[in-house]
Design a protein around this ligand. Structure first.
Ligand code: ADP
Ligand code: MG
Length: 346
């Protein structure tokens, strides 16, 4: 017997039936969720804590490609990247809302798969889905997630607190997600030219996983709390290390240098970069979507940094007039350019 993929049209449930179908039966876990899905608005009660809010939009063809992004991964990533912004405030996320627009190309089953990823992220990061909006679109899939979190005025971290002498720290290896994307794009082109060739991703599970299933670093935020460390500034690395250090420097009114030897790169990413004829350090400096944390700490807090495993000290904050520099392993000093590839060769 031939197996058939079940396809239920969204129109058979209607808008309200669909929302009900996708959202029913998920218990709220956060004490601050006062009212969830179902009324005109949700209600959050953070008592004496600050409420932190962040929103992100993901557009098919701009931010993701459904040819190589499984819907479940997309659901997970849509939530994860938003929560990363909340963690980057040294805050704990508590709730999300999720708004979607999709064409009739999407079946109920496809949306179920997407929500599976959304709920997996909710469970993993302990947040409640408390509302959203559902609309049709002529073409393409559009996702908007808003995340809410709580922070204390003592612990909250902004981009503008870095000062000369602070250590520049990174929570994990960089460049892998970018190289994962290069692999997926290459396999897509091969598949488009010959549809009998199956993608070969086996050996690149690490970098492809870093692209498709990013894991925001809530563990680091928990360790800050445990060790009593409050970074002087913090940002999550969504657009690449250089772009983010520029944000911190501009908003803090400081300069910085990054030590090439202090930039963490995974061995798989390093090998792959060389295979693609790319400089691994350039990939780590400019490649996006690793969702690690970039933060600065007062040098007096060095002992507390050492308490947190796998933190890399990648440089130091300087006076503004020093500019933003790269110190290479070979002892050269280059100006880092905010954008562009191969900027510091030549
Ligand atoms: P309204 O017409 O007032 O905007 P809706 O019918 O759009 O209300 O939404 C009804 C309830 O379902 C609200 O609580 C809303 O937040 C929630 N909701 C709507 N769409 C979604 C979605 N895609 N995911 C989660 N919750 C949703
Ligand atoms: Mg609505």
């Amino acid at each position: 017997m031939e197996s058939e993929i079940k396809r239920t049209e969204v129109s058979s449930l209607g808008e309200f039936g669909l929302i009900d179908h996708l959202t029913k039966g998920h218990a709220m876990v956060q004490p601050s969720t006062f009212v969830g899905i179902g009324d005109d608005a949700a209600v959050i009660d953070h008592r004496d804590q600050l409420t932190v809010v962040s929103t992100d939009m993901l557009v098919e063809g701009i931010h993701f490609d459904l040819m190589y992004t499984p819907l479940k991964h997309l659901g997970y990533k849509s939530v994860a990247v938003n929560l990363s912004d909340i963690y980057a405030m040294n805050a704990m996320p508590t709730q999300i809302t999720l708004s979607l627009a999709f064409s009739n190309r999407f079946s109920v089953e496809a949306l179920e798969e997407f929500y599976e990823g959304v709920y997996a992220a909710c469970k993993n990061f302990n947040v409640d889905l408390i509302g959203g909006d559902t609309s049709s679109s002529n073409k393409g899939f559009i996702i908007s997630v808003t995340a809410f979190g709580r922070a204390t005025s003592k612990n909250i971290c902004y981009r503008n607190g870095a000062k000369p002498g602070d250590l520049v720290c990174v929570s994990g290896n960089l460049g892998s997600a970018y190289l994962g994307l290069q692999i997926l794009e290459r396999e897509k082109q091969i598949f488009l030219s010959d549809q009998t060739i199956q993608p070969d991703l086996e050996n690149q599970a690490y970098v492809v996983g870093r692209q498709l299933k990013p894991e925001p670093r809530f563990d680091i935020i928990e360790l800050f709390e445990k060790s009593g460390l409050i970074p002087t500034s913090m940002i999550d690395i969504s657009d690449g290390l250089v772009s983010e250090i520029f944000h911190i420097c501009k908003q803090s009114g400081v300069g910085a240098y990054i030590e090439e030897s202090g930039i963490p790169i995974h061995p798989d990413a390093e090998l792959l970069a060389i295979k693609f004829n790319l400089d691994p350090v350039t990939c780590a400096l400019y490649g996006g979507e690793d969702y690690e944390l970039l933060f600065t700490v007062d040098p007096n807090d060095l002992e507390k940094v050492k308490y947190i495993p796998d933190i890399y000290i990648a440089g130091e904050i300087t006076e503004a007039d020093h500019g933003i520099k790269l110190h290479t392993k070979g002892g050269n000093i280059y100006d880092l350019k905010e954008k562009g590839f191969n900027h510091f060769t030549a």
